[in-house]
Design a protein around this ligand. Structure first.
Ligand code: NCD
Ligand code: ZN
Length: 344
């Protein structure tokens, strides 16, 4: 039995750091494991310009522990009002790497998102021409649509439409949760990729309701049926360069998760690589983890691979049930369970 696995220093291509004291609590977890992370712009107010991203990046850097070789990669929040000039500024920037498309109302802090696809056609045209990456939260937002169907319907509608009208636009379908999304990415050209979270590789929708309601399994897009989890695991471990690591670690204070209307988002950055190692190990595919975690994402974004290596050891351990989060606490996805891999 394999007892260690060594990886190139990995990247997290989808992550929420928040801001202020809360951010200062969570940045060290990511900086310890990853060389870079694409930081999502869904702050209040959202990060919509290169100038705002520069300020946010400076604030993040002040939270990175000394002597940690970690570099934040920034993304801008796409709105109905995003200008073609801003797209050109992103293309010229060396620290903003993508735009994030949130359909308005799809998820946490998406109120300023895009209200209709036609409104962003002029900026998508420029992104395609200048090679700027579009990261997509792929869910329809009609509140009458069943929450478990929202991703598949987005794939069949908006995603097919974007791919048809912008055939060489570089896009990343974020945190995919369904076989339909995985199949779409496989069938597309090399300009289309996807990130996959640890929770969607490890858990299914029954996990949310096992023995009671478990708010720390609630994220968007929501966990799906076991058949989808298996399809994602197969895809993530297939060796295809179109699929890479993006944790979507999304910290919310304990009292806003454990509430009568709990917030969406799973916190995983305290044990991100360990969770992925458990998932890959479950199908005997630890040999596929290095490319998924440290190579394919960097190649898609046109970045060099990180220097340095990390080793995980097969060792059972139980992460704490809570971590501090500014003046509050966060409960991680792993609450009440143990992991089989540990970062050395
Ligand atoms: C994210 C958050 O909390 O910011 N929540 C989530 O459930 N994933 C937003 C997002 O990525 O959808
Ligand atoms: Zn996210």
């Amino acid at each position: 039995m394999q007892d260690t696995v060594t990886l190139g220093r990995p990247d997290d291509f989808h992550l929420h750091f928040r801001d202020g004291a809360a951010m200062a609590s969570v940045v060290p977890f990511t900086a310890r494991q990853f060389g870079r992370a694409l930081v999502m712009p869904n702050l209040k107010p959202p990060v919509t310009t290169v100038a705002m991203a520069a300020d946010y990046r400076d604030r993040i850097l002040r939270s990175v522990p000394l002597d940690t070789p970690f570099s934040p990669l920034m993304a801008l929040y796409l709105t109905d009002g995003t200008t073609v000039e801003e797209v050109a500024r992103v293309a010229d920037s060396d620290f903003v790497h993508a735009f994030k498309y949130y359909p308005a109302g799809a998820t946490t802090n998406s109120e300023s998102g895009v209200t209709s696809l036609s409104k962003i056609y002029p900026v998508l045209e420029v992104m395609q021409r200048l090679g700027v990456v579009l990261c997509i939260h792929g869910e329809v937002t009609d509140p009458t649509t069943d929450v478990f169907d929202r991703e598949a319907l987005f794939v069949e509608g908006s995603l097919q439409q974007i791919a048809r009208d912008f055939p060489v636009l570089k896009m990343v379908v974020e945190h995919i949760t369904t076989k339909e999304a995985a199949d779409f990415v496989v069938a597309s050209g090399a300009n289309v990729a996807a990130t996959i979270t640890p929770q969607h590789l490890l858990y299914n929708r029954t996990s949310i309701f096992t023995g009671g309601i478990r708010p720390h399994f609630y994220c968007l897009p929501i966990l799906k049926r076991e058949t989808h989890r298996q399809a994602l695991l197969k895809t993530a471990t297939s060796g295809s360069a179109k699929f890479f690591l993006g944790t979507d670690s999304a910290p919310h204070a304990k009292n806003s998760k454990e509430a009568c209307c709990g917030a969406a988002g799973c916190f995983t950055s305290h044990a991100a690589l360990e969770l992925y190692a458990d998932a890959f190990d479950s199908v005997g595919a630890l040999d596929k983890l290095d490319d998924f975690a440290s190579r394919f994402g960097a190649e898609f974004y046109g970045l060099p691979r990180n220097a340095g290596r990390l080793t995980l050891k097969r060792e059972s351990w139980t992460p704490p049930d809570e971590y501090s989060f500014g003046g509050e606490t966060i409960v991680p996805l792993t609450v009440g369970r143990s992991l089989s891999w540990k970062l050395l």
